[in-house]
Design a protein around this ligand. Sequence first.
Ligand SMILES: O=c1ccn([C@@H]2O[C@H](COP(=O)(O)OP(=O)(O)O[C@H]3O[C@H](CO)[C@@H](O)[C@H](O)[C@H]3O)[C@@H](O)[C@H]2O)c(=O)[nH]1
Ligand SMILES: [Mn+2]
Length: 709
Amino acid sequence: MANPTTSLPLYERVARKNTIARAIELSILSLLLSLLAYRILSFQDHGFGWLLAFLCESWFAFIWVLTVSSKWNQVVYETYPQRVLQRKLELPPVDMFVTTADPVLEPPILTVNTVLSLLALDYPADKLACYVSDDGGSPLTFYSLVEASKFAKLRVPFCKKYSIPVRAPFRYFSGDSMSSQDTSPQFQQDWKKMKDEYEQLSQKIEDAAKGSIPCELIGEFADFMNIQRRNHASIVKVIWENKEAGDANGVVPHLVYISREKRPKHPHHFKAGAMNILTRVSGVMTNAPFMLNVDCDMYVNNPQIVLHALCLLLGVKSDKDCAFVQFPQHFYDGLKDDPYGSQWAVLHEYLGRGLAGIQGPFYGGTGCFHRRKVIYGLSPYEYDEEISGKLSDQNLQKTFGSSMEFTKSGAQILSGSKSTSSSPHNLLRSVEAANQVATCVYEYGTAWGREMGWIYGSTTEDILTGLTIHGRGWKSTSCTPTLPGFLGCAPSGGPATMTQHKRWATGLLEILVTRRSPLILTLVGKLQFRQCLAYLWILLWGLRSVPELCYATLPAYCIISGSRFLPKCYPEAPRNTETVFGVTQKEKSPTNSSDDDNANVGMVGRITFNESPIFISATMVLLVHQTGLVWNFKVQTGGSRWACLEYESGALALLFVHLSRWSSMVQGFGDETRTHEINVLLREGVSGRDSNPTGYAGLTTELVLNMGE
Ligand SMILES: O=c1ccn([C@@H]2O[C@H](COP(=O)(O)OP(=O)(O)O[C@H]3O[C@H](CO)[C@@H](O)[C@H](O)[C@H]3O)[C@@H](O)[C@H]2O)c(=O)[nH]1
Ligand SMILES: [Mn+2]
């Protein structure tokens, strides 16, 4: 009789009820459409402002259609990791990749923590191998990893023995980790030792960064002598090779360092290039059928992630339903209220689940498990004969490149056969082959970056690679365990956010105009129509700024030109209060006492910015608005609109504050290294009806700006 626990499903696909959300979304859509219809019907009475408003609103309606379609079917996957273990199947090996590019912008201690969290996963250590790609070619990064591997031999057994919940030491020791766990004297002693050891490790890395350690570029470091970051031969170092089979507590997975060859005349394709080298080097060394990749700043937060991912990768009826498993990107230490929107909370909550209900989530570049055969360009509809056609030596060399070791490992993956060489592997023996596949000429004349691996041609290689996979007809799944799988670090200032957004905006646009545009892949490939709409939603993200900027300038334009772009909803000058929205008297009027004042002042947020031209457009809109307000003020003070005056004089004061601040800022224009800060305080007060003859504005809002450097 079958064991009932082994026949339980590894995951469940749960559709979420969203009837109310759908009703609201459709009502918004119908309001947008009726606004457009109204504009068309009343065109002849209006001028340019009306036309511009119509164009912008048509765009907004189009984007809304994309949004509604993308969110329509909400799905989540529940995964049951314990059932994978109950099935007692032979667990598959997993290769884990970490990319780092710059030892200054990405301090090695971060990379070290990410690597340590990977080495200590709840998964048989002899099935794991960790590969770090260093595009900085930095001896400091290499040194840090060598030291980290020594520390890992203490850390990994400690984590497994006590089932430590947080496996990245910097997070573990920053919290109240001792008291929340075991209270036994043995644990406390081990904990203290571990903390000491971690502090020593951090200290060593810090000293090395200052150049004060004996890191003389001899022995293992000799390869780093006289190298230039953008001009050096490939360096592949097996930092730690695990020779033990099984998952005894002391076993630590392999750790390999790779700095690919870089030459000034050869394009290196940024992260996509690095990922392809990681794929090949791991191919000649351990050749696992599944690959996990993370950015250097994304540590593992849930030690069971591999089991969670396997629930989907092994649990689906057919491989084509799950080309990759994407964990959503969550971040640690985010700013309060997320002023730059870099936590993507809404995106995960709605769009992520919606995508899961179509062809699957986008590939997000980090926190993702791929099937190696999908990365090798296989399509889900290929028959065995077609695959065996691909396996001829000639074809393999044309696509995989000239390394014999690598084409052999590639053929193994394509044909789905198990590795013939019994583990443990001999990594050192593969170093030569690894160096060969890490050169910059290796890819010439092959399918890398086009049909295979991470796809070149966009700085958002993640979306492009995922799109190519979906375009072949594969589906993907998202994995959202209650304890988030990974936590990363999001930019915490305006300038860094802008750099990131600029890269995304251009990268996404690049995809739209290539031959891999979603429209083309829907017509000639196997991209589903609604998945195509979802891709358009994200690829058009940067372009949205144009209509949004236009729309934001419209009110000021209309004031200055004496026209209007919104239907009138109140009489020209209020003659009686009947048709006016009467604001209800608030409970309590502010008094002059300072206590009460404080009660009404709330910190709205802190915004940081610098003199980069990227901030000009928004600043311009602000200034145009204020000019418009002053204009209006001038025109209207002739009349008797006292209620408006109250508001406008506030705005005028604001304008002066701004002008003086901006002008002092502009003096240092071009100096992008200075970061300024605005503290926006919102002070709300209530103006009594007596002083407000029109009943026009019951609420005065005042912005207090504080700027400093
Ligand atoms: O030439 C390069 C450039 C970058 N990287 C690595 O790529 C990763 C992402 O770079 P980062 O500067 O942190 O970019 P983010 O905007 O934070 O990354 C998001 O956006 C990228 C696409 O633009 C995706 O690749 C990432 O996975 C996704 O987290 C980091 O590990 C880098 O070390 C390289 O390895 N080589
Ligand atoms: Mn990042």
